[in-house]
Design a binder for this molecule. Structure first.
Ligand code: FES
Length: 214
């Protein structure tokens, strides 16, 4: 399974990668608290996902990128471990790589994940909130081990219904992402890819869809 970034074009997905929709679920206070499964897309062994935000057939590419899309990859290439700040809590740490933030807002619930790690009693909730973050910005670490939920290898098209926005592509389970120059990004359990075309951290989402997404 692999995602290949095409120059100023789409994500070329190969290897029969399952594709489905996942919607952010909010509580009455408007906090992101769960994921709701949406439709499943029929795909073949290879398919192309829109990266420019202009397709009339989202999430798939329809060739609209040929009208001047600049898809230059601008991510700094640092590993997560090198980029993340570490916050020390009560018997656990929280790794935070802010540039990956996709503003799915799971970290803000229950008074914020940064506050939750201050009490060992909140460990389960802190881990759940960190793992619900699709971008992989946050990771709870305990006894030197990153606490990660096992995810299937698949791509989820995120719909931010509480905010009425199309979210990023949530690449789950550790699928290789190959840049246009052939180099492979760090393989991670959770990562979000831009699909609005406006990220300043391409190919990763930086939440610009909240301002400019169509
Ligand atoms: S990348 Fe092809 S239409 Fe958006």
């Amino acid at each position: 399974m692999r995602i290949k970034i095409r120059k100023n074009g789409p994500y070329e997905v190969t290897g029969n990668v399952p594709l489905k929709e996942m919607k952010i679920g909010a509580n009455r206070a408007g906090e992101s608290v769960c994921w709701e499964e949406g439709r499943t897309f029929e795909t073949g062994e290879t398919y192309h996902l829109c990266r420019c935000g202009k397709s009339k057939n989202k999430p798939f590419c329809d060739g609209s990128h040929t009208c001047g899309f600049d898809g230059t990859e601008t991510a700094d290439g640092l590993s997560y471990d090198d980029a993340a700040i570490i916050y020390h809590g009560d018997g656990m740490e929280l790794m935070d790589s802010e540039s990956l933030c996709a503003v799915a807002r799971f970290c803000d619930a229950a008074g914020s994940t940064w506050r939750l790690i201050g009490s060992a009693d909140n460990e389960e909730l802190a881990v759940r909130q960190a793992c619900n973050c699709p971008s992989g910005r946050l990771t709870v670490v305990k006894d030197g081990k990153k606490l990660e939920q096992e995810l299937p290898k698949e791509i989820a098209v995120v719909e931010d219904e509480p905010e009425g926005k199309r979210g990023p592509l949530w690449v789950r389970g550790g699928i290789e992402i190959e840049g246009e120059d052939g180099s492979v990004y760090e393989v991670r359990n959770r990562v979000t890819l831009c699909r609005c075309g406006h990220s300043s951290n391409k190919p990763f989402c930086d939440a610009m869809h909240m301002e400019d997404g169509e």
